[in-house]
Design a protein around this ligand. Structure first.
Ligand code: PBG
Length: 327
């Protein structure tokens, strides 16, 4: 009788050290981008109810927060503003003394080595909560582009190292690139939210940033979660327009898209591990239903395995701590 043939895969799993030798994907502190929410006012450090561990902070808490972040070995933060005033045109987004502009300037003064990314969008700043100019119930594309370029330039003036436009208007990367170049910021890279889906996973962020649309939804500008080929078209146009990094957002339900984009383009890629992904883990962990550390590390590792270089995540501080503890 013929002998049964099989492969012994377990040889390479026999010990901790053996597994480390053959491990294909590693998570590093350098991969992490930590999001912060800054608010006007003083002495404010309020936990966002739907995002345990995430806080709104006023500028007087920035120093301590950034000290903690840099001490943990995190190299980059992305700044989201929660302005005191909103209006139809989102003017506080591109004001030289807007909350993001002030926060960025302050961070760069004390932590020049930290890479500070400015989120460039209008939805937190508009009274209607949409990411562009609204007329007769429509979100207008082309008239919005100029406001985005103005926002990006004011953020670069404040000292932002990277501009991250997230509003999904067509042509936003081209408009911002041109605006930056004309103002002497040709050296500032653009990290485009190139592939951004109209996702229910953003729910907790909208509580955190007070940015829910007051009517309708974002489906005329953010992508349909059912679409895959469209992601390649979005990525391609942003690269043609001058994007230096591409973000895929959300991350967890879109690992296939990350891999597709990775296989087709050769710029650094970022996964946005969004608020809903974070809150689900936190809620389950608080109930004692899952092992938070193991699940978070597994999730972030899967994003790197899918093809990203960087991960924007609310878990960043915890992950940096866990990585330090690891032997
Ligand atoms: C808006 C913006 C959103 C997020 C970041 N910037 C989502 C949206 O409301 O469309 C979501 C981030 C998250 O859920 O963590 N421009």
């Amino acid at each position: 009788m013929k002998e049964l043939q099989f492969q012994r895969h377990r040889r390479l799993r026999s010990s901790h050290s053996m597994r480390a030798l053959v491990r294909e994907t590693y998570l590093h502190k350098e991969d992490l981008i930590y999001p912060i929410f800054v608010v006007e006012g003083e002495n404010i450090k309020n936990e966002v109810p739907s995002m345990p561990g995430v806080f709104h902070i006023s500028l007087d808490y920035l120093q301590a927060e950034m000290q903690e972040v840099t001490d943990l070995g995190i190299k980059s933060v992305i700044v989201f503003g929660v302005p005191a005033e909103k209006d139809e045109l989102g003017t506080s987004a591109y004001h030289d003394h807007g909350i993001v502009q002030k926060a960025v300037a302050q961070i760069k003064q004390s932590f020049p080595e930290l890479v500070v990314i400015a989120d460039t969008c209008l939805c937190q700043y508009t009274s209607h909560g949409h990411c562009g100019i609204v007329e007769e119930g429509q979100v207008l594309n082309d008239p919005t582009l100029n406001l985005l370029a103005q926002t990006a330039v004011s953020q670069a003036k404040a000292g932002a190292d990277i501009i991250a436009p997230s509003n999904m208007m067509d042509g936003f990367v081209a408009a911002i690139r041109q605006g930056l170049d004309e103002s002497g910021f040709e050296h500032i890279p653009i990290m485009s939210y190139a592939v951004k889906y109209a996702s229910a996973f953003y729910g907790p962020f909208r509580d955190a940033a007070h940015s829910s649309p007051q009517f309708g939804d974002r489906k005329t500008y953010q992508m349909d979660p059912a679409n895959r080929m469209e992601a390649l078209r979005e990525a391609e146009s942003d690269i043609m327009e001058g994007a230096d990094f591409l973000i895929v957002k959300p991350a967890l339900s879109y690992l296939d898209i990350i891999r597709d984009v990775k296989n087709n383009f050769n710029v650094p890629m970022v996964a946005y591990n969004v608020s809903g992904e974070y809150s689900m883990i936190k809620a389950a962990a608080q109930n004692g239903w899952i092992n938070e550390q193991e699940i978070v590390m597994e999730m972030l590792t899967s994003m790197k395995r899918a093809g990203v270089d960087l991960i924007l995540t609310y878990h960043a501080k915890d992950v940096a701590r866990w990585l330090s503890d690891q032997k």
